[in-house]
Design a protein around this ligand. Structure first.
Ligand code: ADP
Ligand code: MG
Ligand code: MG
Length: 910
């Protein structure tokens, strides 16, 4: 009778509606639970309410949702009952459920899970009898009230120090009883906790804890939908570019219990190492534990494999005897379960052909899988796993290239601690190497304060007992994270790896005192604001600031880079002003320099004096005299660049910024300048006033300088050509490209080109020797883009200066955009910062048009980009599609650009 859309999908041993392809509808968790069932892996049965229902919730509210899905949910719960042989709401042998959120993209810890749903005062008694374990039943009950009270009823801490009101009640009871661990609490204690929790809820919320299982279930389902819009979920989406419109699915699943005694447990595992990428099955578990106990980091977890356990013991400085007796691996403790787990993880990795992050629970000797997903990993792990899977024949070259997020390469390009400095540094503590990297910063203990300090320009290390999802923003701005508790799969560790942020977890010797704002270790106390350094690859914590050195492009990283060359079409050049920059760029694989900003050479050392002398000169003769002093220095710079880039093109831009940038604007420095130049202060002041412009960005700069003062262009050309000839004489293969900035008319270009050619010819005549060079222009004013055909008849190459092109096309300056751009981005006025990623629909059209016109005027004209956008992966995709020859970016972005260019070519080809 109905062709109504399906909103609820079941999964289990006897029937499964969904599969892994249905992530958009079922969320990642739901789709993968279904897929695991299809693969014959043992999973507790359940149902998934689709993400479309979340949209109904957001738009029409909970009554509409209840009406829409009530019948389907009841039918599906009946399915779970049948699979488990228990009834939901039956107080003698209750079926308990978990309610779990799951959006398309995995959002670890973002949305709260509710466990043990269905318990009340009657059912707890039934459960106690059925499980023959009263303590377990009451512990499950108090956990349920805790989670439900927090997530559904909204009982939140009243102060930062309180952290979790339920935990405060637990701590009070433990203190009263004189015990230290939760596990020391007796059944009677747990009964008392249940009463106290209910009382706390009544007092603070003004409502009774619901006893009806169905009321509990609906409350939880709605809370999951509601949580899609909570602050931390929003922050995560913002940080990871996940659209608000996607919504979350809700999974309702039969509970299995890892807390039924010593043959039960729960854990998390990775098919490969998420930190380094090593092909080693690894993970952690806790005996007699439930749910989030592993991730919460409150107990020291044990390792799954023997090898992992031995490595852990070494890092944690635990002796082999201690390890075997107190922290044995799952492999040793439950060899059968271990074998099943190994089989499941192998099956999953081979099936998904990617590193998996799995969650499992062991209930009285039986293994249940609770989740699988593509594991979050560091940039280094991303590269190693992709290249190793390629060698193992699991994926092909194209897939290997696609597996690495270009921006994640940043992490591999970060500096590492200088080994020499490490030897001298004082190690004060040791923890687990949760996420690699080298971090130096000042200690802060609270996430919101980390944000505050960073806003003030400080580098901070966030030190916590353990982290929780509330700390996300603080973690994202911190240079590094140190926690006293928690293992390799704790919240801090997982999130830090996802962010590619240096993290050491579980540094057990560290005592954190939030009230005193101190951290003490080995008898010494460190205050908020003290400097420490973290080595996320070894787990070492050092006192003070440890110096760093540059990273290198070797091993799998190097191999991946070679692979990019096989597939990309765009050339990658670097923006470099000094021979040192050029050298770095070349080792990272730059094929030339796309932009040398000559003005940067004007600031160094004594040169600024000569520049200022030129600026102060009253006439051409005076300017020429000053310029003559600059000539040998510029020539030397260019010689260095040509040498480093032998065989590759070097594009040199003539002087671009307004002259006022070279003179001091405060009186103190003007006095110094007056003294140095041996002129009265008044003269300096007058000249500075003269140079003042209302809008320097649109003022006397670019080729306008060279046109009003041709002697500057002359000097720079002479320096370039003489340097080229000198280097050629030394066997260097010089490919010089001279670039005129900020052209808006053909005559401007022609006027500058004439000076350049005339000067070059003069040098050739003096030397009796010639060299090939090119004269081209930047396309960075909208007018230049509009008349690119006539400019193209004159210029031998175009380089798009997309920074200026963006500000002139958008009509706001990059330096002033800070006043409104952040709120514009927040309100969705622009999707992305147009200075970060090119505005393809607007500014991009100017580029496209200029490309077409330029090519029509001069077939084969060389076309490149030298703005910041040259290093942005999304923009690189656009430049590839637009048909440019190359992009140029800062030396440290060259590897990122190479990968982005390869991915752009693959995307265009598919
Ligand atoms: P997250 O998305 O934050 O990882 P999950 O929905 O995976 O949240 O739930 C967190 C933990 O709760 C799981 O790792 C698992 O240990 C536990 N859990 C969830 N559902 C069940 C269940 N049906 N039976 C037992 N434990 C469960
Ligand atoms: Mg999970
Ligand atoms: Mg410019």
């Amino acid at each position: 009778m109905s062709n109504k859309t399906k909103n609820v999908y079941v999964f289990g041993a006897s029937r499964t509606d969904g599969d892994a392809t249905m992530k958009n509808l079922l969320g990642g968790k739901g789709a993968n639970l279904a897929e695991m069932c299809r693969l014959g892996i043992v999973v507790p049965p359940g149902l998934t309410i689709s993400t479309e229902v979340c949209t109904v919730y957001t738009e029409q509210g909970q009554d509409a949702v209840a009406k829409l899905i009530e019948a389907e949910v009841r039918e599906s719960v009946a399915f779970i009952e049948k699979e488990m042989g228990k009834k939901f709401g039956d107080s003698s042998d209750p079926l308990l459920l978990s309610v779990r959120s799951g959006s398309r993209a995995s959002m670890p810890g973002m949305m709260d899970t509710i466990l043990n749903l269905g318990l009340n005062d009657e059912a707890v008694a039934g459960l106690a009898i059925k499980a023959n374990n009263e303590r377990f039943a009451w512990d499950s009950y108090r956990r349920f009230i805790q989670m439900y009270g927090d997530v559904v009823m909204g009982l939140k801490p009243v102060s930062k120090e309180e952290h979790d009101p339920f935990e405060v009640v637990i701590d009070m009871l433990k203190e009263k009883k004189g015990v230290e661990l939760d596990t020391d609490l007796t059944t009677d204690d747990l009964k008392e906790l249940v009463q106290r929790f209910k009382g706390l809820i009544r007092a603070r919320i003004g409502r009774e804890f619901p006893t009806d299982p169905w009321e509990q279930l609906w409350g939880s389902v709605m809370a999951v939908f509601q949580s899609w819009n909570n602050d931390r979920a929003k922050v995560y989406r913002e940080l990871n570019d996940i659209p608000d419109a996607w919504g979350t699915a809700v999974n309702v699943q039969a509970m299995v219990f890892g807390n039924l005694g010593d043959n039960s447990g729960t854990g998390v595992a990775f098919t490969r190492d998420a930190g380094t990428g090593e092909d080693l099955f690894n993970g952690e578990f806790l005996i007699n534990a439930q749910g989030e106990d592993v991730v919460a980091g409150t107990r020291t977890p044990q390792q799954i494999t023997l090898e992992g356990s031995q490595r852990w013991a070494q890092l944690a400085m635990v002796s082999e005897e201690d390890r075997r007796s107190r922290f044995p691996s799952l492999e040793e403790l439950m060899p059968d379960i271990y074998r099943q787990l190994l089989e499941a993880e192998t099956k999953l990795e081979n099936h998904y052909k990617d590193m998996q992050d799995v969650e499992f629970t062991i209930q009285e000797g039986r293994l249940w899988m609770l989740q699988t997903r593509g594991g979050k990993r560091t940039g280094a792990a991303m590269v190693r796993i992709a290249m190793e899977m390629l060698r193992q024949g699991m994926i092909d070259e194209k897939e290997a290239l696609r597996r690495v997020g270009p921006d994640r390469l940043n992490e591999l390009l970060h500096p590492v601690f200088d080994p020499a400095a490490i030897k001298k540094a004082r190690s004060i503590a040791h923890g687990l190497p949760a996420s690699p990297g080298a971090a130096t910063g000042q200690i802060v203990f609270f996430a919101d304060e980390a944000e505050e300090w960073v806003r003030k320009g400080k580098a901070v290390i966030l030190v916590r007992q353990e982290t929780s999802p509330e700390d996300l923003r603080g973690m994202s701005v911190a240079t590094g994270i140190l926690t006293a508790r928690g293992g390799m799969t704790s919240h801090a560790a997982v999130v830090a790896r996802g962010m590619g942020k240096c993290c050491i977890s579980g540094a057990g010797a560290v005592r954190v005192d939030y009230h005193a704002r101190t951290m003490s270790v080995g008898g010494e106390t460190y205050k908020e604001g003290d400097w420490i350094s973290l080595d996320g690859s070894t787990g070492d914590v050092f006192e003070g600031q440890v110096p760093t050195k540059e990273a290198e492009l070797t091993g799998d990283f190097g191999a991946l880079m070679e692979l990019t060359d096989k597939y990309k079409r765009l050339g990658i050049r670097a923006n470099a002003d000094t021979p040192d920059d050029a050298k770095v760029a070349r080792t990272f694989g730059a094929k030339g320099i796309g932009l040398c900003r000559t003005e940067h050479m004007f600031f160094e050392g004594d040169r600024i004096k000569a520049v200022r002398e030129m600026i102060l000169s009253e006439d051409e003769t005076g300017r020429r005299k000053a310029l003559a002093k600059l000539l040998p220095m510029q020539r030397g710079d260019f010689e260095g660049l040509f040498r480093e880039m032998s065989g590759l093109a070097v594009t040199i831009r003539l002087l671009d910024p307004p002259l006022h940038e070279f003179v001091p604007h405060d009186e103190a420095n003007q006095k110094i300048m007056a003294h140095e130049m041996n002129v009265p202060l008044g003269v300096i002041k007058m000249r500075v006033d003269d140079l003042h412009e209302f809008n320097p960005m649109m003022g006397h700069r670019g080729c306008r300088l060279g046109i009003t003062y041709p002697e500057i262009t002359e000097m720079q050309t002479r320096a370039i050509i003489e340097a080229a000839l000198n280097m050629k004489a030394k066997g260097v293969d010089v490919k010089a490209e001279i670039m005129v900035p900020l052209v808006g008319t053909v005559r401007e270009f022609n006027a500058q080109a004439k000076v350049i050619r005339k000067t070059a010819d003069a040098v050739f005549a003096e030397r009796g020797e010639k060299i090939d060079y090119m004269v081209g222009t930047m396309i960075e004013t909208p007018r230049a883009a509009l008349i690119a055909d006539s400019i193209g008849q004159q210029a031998e190459f175009f380089s798009f200066g997309t920074n200026d092109l963006t500000q002139m096309a958008m009509g706001f300056s990059r330096d002033d955009a800070g006043k409104f751009l952040p709120s514009y981005l927040k309100d969705g006025m622009y999707e992305r910062d147009p200075f970060e990623s090119i505005d393809q629909k607007g500014v991009g059209l100017l580029v496209q048009m200029a490309v077409e016109k330029g090519r029509a005027a001069r077939p084969g004209i060389k076309l490149g980009v030298c703005g910041e956008h040259g290093g942005d992966p999304a923009s690189i995709g656009f430049f590839h599609r637009t048909g440019l020859d190359y992009v140029s970016c800062s030396p440290f972005r060259v590897p990122i650009a190479r990968l982005a260019a390869a991915q752009a070519a693959l995307d265009a080809g598919s």
